[in-house]
Design a protein around this ligand. Structure first.
Ligand code: G6P
Length: 501
């Protein structure tokens, strides 16, 4: 919903249109709330290259799925714009109304880097790294969640539907229910939800569960995540659970609210990836990548945020052993490892980078020849076009996460393999394993098992490869990200009959 130019105001910098009615009385029927807004700041070169608005849409399925809803309904997206201590007024971009939440340098350090990414992230991913518990981080998490909730309360129309995203904002649903009981509130957790035996470590476990239980519907990636949450709701918030209904009780023991919890596995923008995969220039780029690597027999590919949950070390260990025992030869095989920079100010991420880069250096130092390199390590993020070219260039995709909510890279690889070739080695600890059953499933902790799965993938007979890839493609084509959001929002809109049995 775009206002005519005459009704738009300019920001202080003069380059982003701001909708007039934001100033005091804007009201939206549908609002998405996530830690980050779905836009990134453009670089200076992009600005000089003609992008005068200063923003570009962030890559990723979530924004693709929800952007049409933003424009069709009277919708807005609430989130942080990525720069600390900077006030950005509400603005429109690409047909979406955006409401920025301001975070101070302290908020970023304590709420984002601290509680979100050094307490909750490791706790929710099987404590692969030790979570840290600090009361100052918790205070900040609460305060920042309040800022997001306040933005919704200010802009939401009577009876609006609010969809809160992910672990950074688990207190928002309850804050909304208390301030605005007229709102319909959904929450989706993109990462795993831990079993109560692990969740129990969190000193603020009850407040987190009660925060989430402010929702009408809480969505998870896997049924096991939903089950873990329901067990914690019972144990730490005294709720009664009946099927997928969670009965929340007030002081006097009466049921005051019914929340529901269920799995809604997220997916990707299938049309975008398929279209790119059939573009001649991308196919040509894939050929070029192979050629630049000396046309090896096998290209293996790993694509991850540089995160300790992704099992990059386990993958490198298995690969190194395969080179060591000559199952693979550097003349025949190359591993491209894209590791996009992530959360670089958080200690565990710094340590991981040192460790991965040390291992890559060691492997290459041992096995490289003047002509061949064992691991082509790329600590960059790439645009989706280059990613699809890499998917097309790779014979084997390695997804060896130790724990992962979903893993959309696995789904993108399969979608890009329009001719049915290629092989996917996939960790059973990634949510995607529930849907991509024809992948070569592995336990990444079992290095011998991982090595055999990699060798099986390298030598997979074309007929079998194609049978597996086609079955997986069908699953994804039938369940793209639009399907995910439509299903969640339909369930959120359902009238709930309380199960009092
Ligand atoms: C995961 C989380 C998202 C997060 C993303 C990138 O996918 O589920 O909520 O946005 O990682 O991490 P960052 O900390 O850079 O936002």
């Amino acid at each position: 919903m775009q206002l005519p130019a005459s009704e738009q105001l300019k920001t202080e910098s003069g380059d982003e249109p701001v909708r007039k009615h934001h100033s005091t009385t804007a009201e939206y029927d549908f609002m998405v709330v996530s830690n980050r807004l779905p836009v990134d700041r453009c670089s200076t070169s992009e600005r000089n290259g003609g992008n005068s608005e200063g923003w570009r849409r962030s890559p990723g399925g979530l924004v693709t799925a929800l952007a049409p809803m933003m424009t069709k309904t009277d919708g807005a997206w609430v989130g942080w714009h990525g720069a600390p201590d900077e006030t950005v007024r509400p603005f429109s971009h690409d047909g979406m109304d955006l409401v920025p939440v301001q975070l101070s340098t302290d908020d970023v350090e304590l709420y984002y880097e601290g509680f979100s990414n050094a307490t909750l992230w490791p706790l929710y991913h099987d404590v692969i790294a030790p979570p840290e518990f600090h009361r100052t981080w918790w205070d900040s998490y609460r305060n920042v969640n309040r800022k997001f909730a306040d933005a919704v309360v200010r802009y939401a129309a009577e009876g609006a539907t609010i969809w809160v995203q992910d672990y950074q904002l688990q207190l928002v649903p309850r804050m909304l229910r208390e301030a605005r009981p007229d709102l319909k509130v959904g929450f989706f957790n993109h990462i795993p939800f831990p079993p109560p035996e692990i969740f129990a470590q969190l000193p603020w476990r009850q407040a987190i569960i009660e925060g989430l239980l402010g929702s009408d519907l809480v969505g998870f990636q896997r049924p096991s995540d939903a089950a873990n949450f329901m067990r914690s709701a019972r144990r730490f918030a005294g709720a009664t659970v009946k099927q997928q209904q969670i009965h929340v009780k007030g002081q006097d023991g009466h049921v005051i609210h019914v929340a529901r919890a269920r799995a809604f596995p997220i997916s990707i923008d299938v049309a975008q990836i398929s279209d790119l995969a059939s573009k001649p220039e991308i196919i040509e780029r894939a050929r070029q990548i192979r050629q630049d690597l000396g046309n090896p027999k096998t290209i293996l590919l790993g694509v991850d945020r540089l995160d300790y949950t992704k099992g990059i070390g386990h993958r490198l260990k298995a690969y190194e052993e395969l080179l060591h025992d000559s199952s693979l030869k550097v003349e025949d095989a190359t591993l491209i490892q894209v590791a996009s920079p992530s959360r670089e100010r958080v200690e565990q991420y710094r340590l991981l980078r040192e460790e991965v880069e040390g291992t890559v250096g060691h492997i290459n130092g041992t096995y490289d020849t003047i002509q061949n390199t064992a691991v082509r390590y790329l600590h960059h993020s790439y645009p989706v076009e280059e990613m699809v070219a890499l998917y097309l260039a790779a014979d084997v995709m390695l997804v060896t996460a130790l724990r992962d909510g979903m893993n959309l890279v696995a789904k993108e690889y399969v979608t890009a393999r329009t001719d049915g070739s290629g092989a996917l080695v996939l960790s059973e600890f990634a949510g995607a394993a529930d849907q991509l059953k024809q992948a070569l499933l592995v336990n990444p902790h079992d290095i011998d098992g991982l090595k055999s799965a990699i060798m099986r993938a390298v030598n997979l007979p074309p007929k079998e490869a194609s049978r597996r890839m086609k079955a997986m493609r069908k699953q994804i084509l039938d369940h793209d990200v639009d399907h995910w959001s439509a299903e969640f929002l339909a369930a959120l809109g359902e009238k709930v009959v309380r199960d009092d049995s």
